[in-house]
Ligand binder design. Structure first.
Ligand code: NAP
Length: 241
């Protein structure tokens, strides 16, 4: 059974990924603030899978990432599949964006991917196998007004993904990113009114947002042997946005 780490899996897309992969993998779920939600998810997963743990760690901090990996290795073995999902969004015009907010977004969304990948790759290289999936965003490619820091973090994730894929392909480690359009999670619903969300839906070809489970299905495929020749890709899933 392979060991999977899903960063930021207390809520939203990460939680849906954990549910989708259970009970076929050993699963490490990670949270920062939402301990109660993470422990409730852990209890749910454990009903069918004893090989699950929940770890509190801020993935933008190197020492906490190190401790998280050490705990996983002790309890579930080395991480075979790393899913970099943790992320935050921030809406504001550039002139209204404090530098601290810009830094926090870059550290949470981008530095975390560097830190976890760097830590995971050591063991993957020893085994000469492994998979990394980075959850990017449509805005990483397109750019989004009032989300320049977020878009920049996701654009950088795309180029990090492509570069790492080239670096690691000879060692049989695949690296891909998933670029969702709009997904129905707290990240989307907390900052917009019902009316604004209805307006936004009209911009999507399929006139609805993605369900987190639809992103999780794509993750399940990309980490499986069925996707064994896919690496270095940014895969869009946006309902025709
Ligand atoms: P969400 O519902 O707000 O959940 C975010 C998750 O990230 C939570 O579990 C949160 O944990 C975790 N997190 C945040 N900062 C963290 C940190 N420093 N360390 C560890 N965990 C941290 O968001 P979501 O919509 O599921 O988003 C998941 C990913 O998909 C993000 O990378 C996001 O950019 C991307 N995405 C989302 C959409 C969308 O429309 N929703 C579209 C494209 C891409 P705690 O609550 O425990 O702190």
């Amino acid at each position: 059974m392979k060991t999977v780490l899903i960063t930021g899996s207390s809520r939203g897309i990460g939680k849906a990924i954990a549910r989708r992969l259970n009970p076929n993998y050993k699963i490490a779920i990670n949270y920062k603030e939402s301990k109660k939600a993470a422990l409730s998810l852990l209890e749910e997963l454990r009903q069918t899978n004893p090989y699950t743990i929940a770890i509190g760690a801020d993935v933008s901090k190197e020492d906490q990432v190190e401790e998280m990996f050490a705990t996983i290795e002790k309890n579930l073995g080395a991480v075979d599949i790393l899913i970099n999902n943790a992320g935050i969004a921030h809406y504001s015009l550039i002139q209204d964006t404090p530098y601290e907010s810009f830094q926090k977004i870059i550290q949470t969304n981008l530095d975390s991917v560097f830190l976890t990948s760097k830590r995971a790759v050591g063991k993957m290289l020893e085994k000469k196998e492994g998979v990394i999936i980075n959850i990017s965003s449509i805005w990483g490619e397109e750019g989004s007004s009032m989300e320049s820091a977020y878009s920049a973090s996701k654009g950088a994730i795309n180029s990090l993904t492509k570069s790492l894929a080239k670096e690691l392909a000879p060692s049989k480690i695949r690296v891909n990113a998933i670029a969702p359009g709009i997904v129905e999670t707290d990240m989307m619903t907390k900052d917009f009114s019902k009316e604004e969300l209805e307006e936004l839906k009209k911009e999507v070809g399929m006139e609805r947002f993605a369900k987190a489970e639809e992103i999780a299905n794509l993750v399940a495929y990309l980490i499986s042997e069925e996707a064994s020749y896919i690496t270095g890709d940014i895969i869009n899933i946006n309902g025709g946005y």
